[in-house]
Design a protein around this ligand. Structure first.
Ligand code: MG
Length: 161
């Protein structure tokens, strides 16, 4: 059996503020609030990048794409994801699957999930079947429930080519 697998997990959180753009899982979502961030604030992609980097012990997204760099101001996080996947491929690994959980109170995410899966799969060069996105509210509890922030968790499995 080929056991050359690597597993990784990632987490990200961003504050929400009125009048900003909300981009989650590579998809622009109409809403009154968006993420406060140096980049486009896509927590789903940031958690996913950290999971990919973590699987190969390559550090974290802040190390590779520092939020102090002008290069990354307002950047489309799909670009960061593509660059992260290039690092994974350079080391001889491919993504088996990625599974993400998004926590936000509003708006409802279900109508956007398939579009997000397609966007992330395209950025990573994999099939959408390898990409899972689940969303849940904060049940009105905590900062997610008060619509003050959004969180994302990601788990990935990589296999040596
Ligand atoms: Mg982030």
């Amino acid at each position: 059996m080929n056991c050359d697998f690597r597993i990784g997990n990632g987490y990200d959180v961003h504050r929400l503020a009125e009048g900003l753009t909300l981009t989650l899982g590579g998809v622009r979502i109409p809403h009154t609030k968006g993420c406060v961030a140096h980049s486009d604030g896509d927590v789903v992609i940031h958690a996913l990048c950290d999971a990919l980097l973590g699987a190969l012990a390559l550090g974290d997204i802040g190390r590779h794409f520092p939020d102090t760099s002008e290069e990354f101001r307002g950047i489309d996080s799909k670009i960061l994801l593509s660059r992260t996947c290039a690092m994974v491929r350079e080391r001889g690994y491919s993504l088996v699957n990625a599974d993400m959980t998004l926590l936000l109170q509003a708006p409802k995410i279900a109508p956007y999930v398939d579009e997000m899966r397609d966007a992330l799969a395209q950025a990573m060069g994999v099939s959408a079947e390898a990409v899972s996105i689940k969303a849940t509210t904060g049940e009105r509890l905590g900062f997610v429930g008060r619509e003050e922030g959004v969180e994302a968790y990601a788990t990935v499995l990589l296999c040596k080519d």
